[in-house]
Design a protein around this ligand. Structure first.
Ligand SMILES: [Zn+2]
Length: 230
């Protein structure tokens, strides 16, 4: 009872604001107000083994299952939300989206066969600058719902310019963003990996990560993202 009074007082002096519209949140509204939440375009597929994402990767990467939470439009609230998560230090948006996705996965029993959750890594320079990987909190919440460990620091993003000759660097300039490296090929052997990312657009990043993961023997890969561009 006393704790509630303190919480109410704190709310008066330091109100929690909606991460999207910045209106004052009511007590039963964690992170995002109900109005904004109902306005977010939920996409979550009922079938995780045969859907738009699986088809997107046909002939590129064989996926076990795939899903996403929201539709990402060029302009809109999902874009604002992900932008705030990545560039405005709003790390808790990952908790909000992770809890939401986790609840839906609990209902659908999807991804129950995965062994590890692996986020698309950031280059250490970017990680230092941002202070966090925007997928860590999301991954931690998913880990809690799926009861499977989050494995960071096995799949890493590397700086390809360091290992390339000048000629290669010049020729392969466009791929520079997409070099990943797996630190230990034994940990994921015979395992099912759930690769997570924020926005799925062309799938080039997830494809590059998957190709690197496939250096591990008998690995299975599934994909789950916060949003899918349409
Ligand atoms: Zn709002």
């Amino acid at each position: 009872m006393k704790l509630q009074i303190i919480k109410d007082l704190l709310q008066i002096f330091y109100p929690q604001l909606c991460l999207i519209c910045e209106d004052i949140l009511l007590q039963n509204e964690p992170f995002v107000c109900l109005f904004c939440r109902y306005d977010l375009p939920v996409l979550f597929f009922k079938d995780s083994t045969n859907n738009e994402i699986i088809r997107k990767f046909y002939g590129r990467i064989p996926l076990e299952e795939a899903n996403t939470l929201l539709t990402f439009h060029k302009e809109g609230k999902v874009k604002e939300l992900i932008h705030a998560l990545k560039y405005n230090g709003n790390e808790n948006i990952g908790i909000f989206l992770g809890n939401w996705t986790g609840e839906l996965l609990t209902e659908n029993k999807q991804f129950t066969g995965v062994d590890f959750i692996v986020p698309v890594p950031l280059h250490t320079k970017k990680l230092k600058k941002r202070g966090y990987n925007q997928l860590t909190k999301f991954g931690e919440r998913l880990s809690s719902y799926l009861k499977k460990p989050l494995k960071e620091n096995i799949l890493l993003k590397v700086d390809p310019t360091k290992t390339q000759t000048f000629k290669q660097r010049f020729e392969r300039f466009e791929d520079n963003e997409l070099k990943f490296s797996i630190q230990d090929t034994r940990i994921f052997a015979n395992k099912h990996i759930l690769l997570i990312d924020d926005v799925l657009t062309t799938g080039a990043t997830l494809e590059a990560c998957s190709k690197e993961l496939q250096k591990t023997s008998n690995i299975k890969i599934s994909i789950l993202t916060m949003s899918l561009t349409r």
